[in-house]
Design a binder for this molecule. Structure first.
Ligand code: NAD
Length: 354
């Protein structure tokens, strides 16, 4: 166990077993240098305790990196609830027990939503602890702000790679027009971009045709579209050994989590002269919303911070070009510079301005 913690540079890991509610939960706190650890609660079935521990550690570390580059005054943490194979009879008791677990950590970890945890679950948590963000009472919907951040990131990528200051007539292919992809399509259409969209749900693409004049393609054809920007907003793992050689775009910039099937696919994109906006940087608008919303920031303050992702990404792209290294590696280095104070000058970027 301790070598896992050392390898991930994890500060703390906590376990809670509550027989009455059948709660088996883990909270991993990766780094609190910038503030209390913030991260969602994943509630899924795991095949072993080890798998759950590994997931909690990996996700908590990811949250630290994301928060560092998003410039929010929070560290990275994550909770996992190991859902019993036969389900849970009393979800309210489960999440109340989880809330007590969070509360006992005294605010060093703030929980939020993730796969398997709903707004109603977080409402139960908020009945026993204040250390929760993104309940139905908060009124902050992260998806439109995630889309705004992706829009800002696409502007940065277009400026850097295509030397264009406007998105007018820029052709963007969006894979997945759900909550984020649809809101992104609206912003891009407003800016005069040309859209090609795909979704497994035809009703969602039809909405983009009628509202934005988008062209529709089906299946994986979206990945081989000749376009200026490919914006993955559906699935993870879509950038891999098979898809990357088939891409016909100079830029990949979208909201989906874990777009690179393996870390080395960042290098393959770089070698292929495709500019990649690292997913955890460009899709941080949701985290910024949950983080600053928890601190009672105003909506204009949140939007301002989300739009600042454009500057973060421009800096990242310029550093990637200057050093000849993949943007995904540069993102990790920039986050580590902030988390581990490797460069004094980087510290100011994590200060909170609401
Ligand atoms: P969503 O479920 O609302 O939308 C995803 C869409 O992708 C759906 O419409 C789905 O039908 C479509 N889809 C699934 N498989 C597809 C395929 N093979 N081809 C084309 N379309 C496909 O989810 P969302 O909230 O819009 O999130 C989209 C992505 O962004 C996810 O990867 C999510 O993890 C990530 N993300 C979301 C947020 C947020 O604030 N919602 C924040 C950060 C990251």
């Amino acid at each position: 166990m301790f070598d896992k913690l050392e390898r991930a540079r994890l500060e703390e890991i906590h376990f809670r077993h509550d027989p009455d509610s059948r709660l088996n939960a883990i909270i991993a706190i990766h780094n609190t240098r910038l503030g209390p650890a913030l991260g969602g609660c994943r509630c899924i079935h795991y095949t072993s305790d080890d798998q759950a521990v590994d997931d909690a550690i990996r996700l908590a570390r990811g949250m630290s990196y994301k928060a560092a580059l998003a410039g929010v005054p929070q560290g990275g943490g994550k909770a996992v609830i190991m859902l019993p194979a036969d389900g849970v009879e009393d979800r309210k008791s489960l999440y109340q027990a989880f809330g007590r677990f969070v509360h006992d950590l005294g605010g060093r970890y703030i929980t939020a939503a993730d796969s398997g945890t709903t707004l109603a679950d977080l409402d139960e948590v908020s009945g026993v602890t204040p250390y929760v963000s993104g309940t139905s009472r908060d009124g902050f919907n992260p998806s439109p702000l995630t889309a705004l951040g992706v829009f800002a990131g696409i502007k940065a990528a277009v400026r850097h790679k295509l030397r264009r200051n406007s998105l007018k007539d820029i052709h963007v292919a969006i894979q997945g027009v759900g909550n984020v992809g649809y809101a992104l399509a609206a912003l891009l259409a407003d800016a005069g971009a040309r859209l090609t969209v795909s979704d497994t749900d035809p009703a969602k693409t039809a909405r983009c045709v009628s509202e934005f004049g988008a062209t529709v393609v089906t299946g994986d054809d979206i990945l081989t579209q000749e376009c200026d920007v490919l914006a993955p907003c559906g699935l993870g793992g879509i950038l891999n050994d098979i898809s990357i050689p088939q891409l016909r775009c100079p830029i990949v910039a979208g909201a989906a989590n874990n777009q690179l099937q393996k870390p080395e696919h960042g290098a393959l994109l770089h070698q292929s002269d495709i500019l990649y906006a690292p997913d955890y940087v460009i899709n941080a608008g949701g985290l910024i919303t949950v983080s600053l919303g928890y601190m009672n920031a105003s909506m204009p303050g949140i939007q301002q911070r989300v739009l600042a992702l454009e500057t973060t990404l421009l800096t990242l792209f310029e550093r990637s070009q200057a050093e000849g290294s993949p943007s995904s590696d540069i993102a990790d280095q920039m986050a580590e510079d902030i988390l581990y104070q490797r460069h004094f000058g980087q510290r100011a970027s994590a200060k909170l301005v609401i």
